[in-house]
Design a protein around this ligand. Structure first.
Ligand SMILES: O=C(CO)COP(=O)(O)O
Length: 136
């Protein structure tokens, strides 16, 4: 059974939360295939010591690259701490990424509480668990 693939993304004001969460959950995260948008991935590598496949920075298309993984059914979980207080220049990409999580029934955590719940869920650690694919 291949490792689960989890994408980690945070807007600038939310990066400290994501880094702290990743440090707390480093042991779990080390056993997963990690992908991230560019700047977030760089910080996870440098500050947490995780091995991360980095895509482009969000505003340069990184959200869309993660969206492509979802459309290929190659992503198991998205942790995306987007910033509800500041507008992003690439807001359409942010919305598109979150929309694809709904389209493909991908678990998505937009805050610390949900990220904690997902990573501590027995379903998340069950190698046989795959969320049902929607029928369209
Ligand atoms: O903008 C982002 C997600 O929308 C995150 O991009 P960075 O990780 O490159 O900052």
């Amino acid at each position: 059974m291949p490792n689960k693939t989890i994408a980690l993304v945070a807007h600038d004001h939310k990066k400290p939360d994501l880094i702290a969460w990743a440090k707390k959950n480093k042991m779990h995260l080390e056993s997963l295939d990690l992908v991230a948008t560019g700047t977030t991935g760089g910080l996870l590598t440098k500050e947490v010591g995780l091995h991360v496949r980095c895509f482009k920075s969000g505003p340069l298309g990184g959200d869309q690259q993660i969206g492509a993984l979802i459309a290929e059914q190659a992503l198991d979980v998205l942790v995306f701490f987007w910033d509800p207080m500041n507008p992003a220049p690439h807001d359409p990409d942010v919305k598109a990424l979150l929309r694809l999580c709904s389209v493909w029934n991908v678990p998505v955590a937009c805050n610390l509480a949900t990220a904690d719940m997902i990573i501590s869920s027995p379903l998340f650690h069950d190698p046989d668990f795959k969320p049902e694919l929607p029928r369209y």
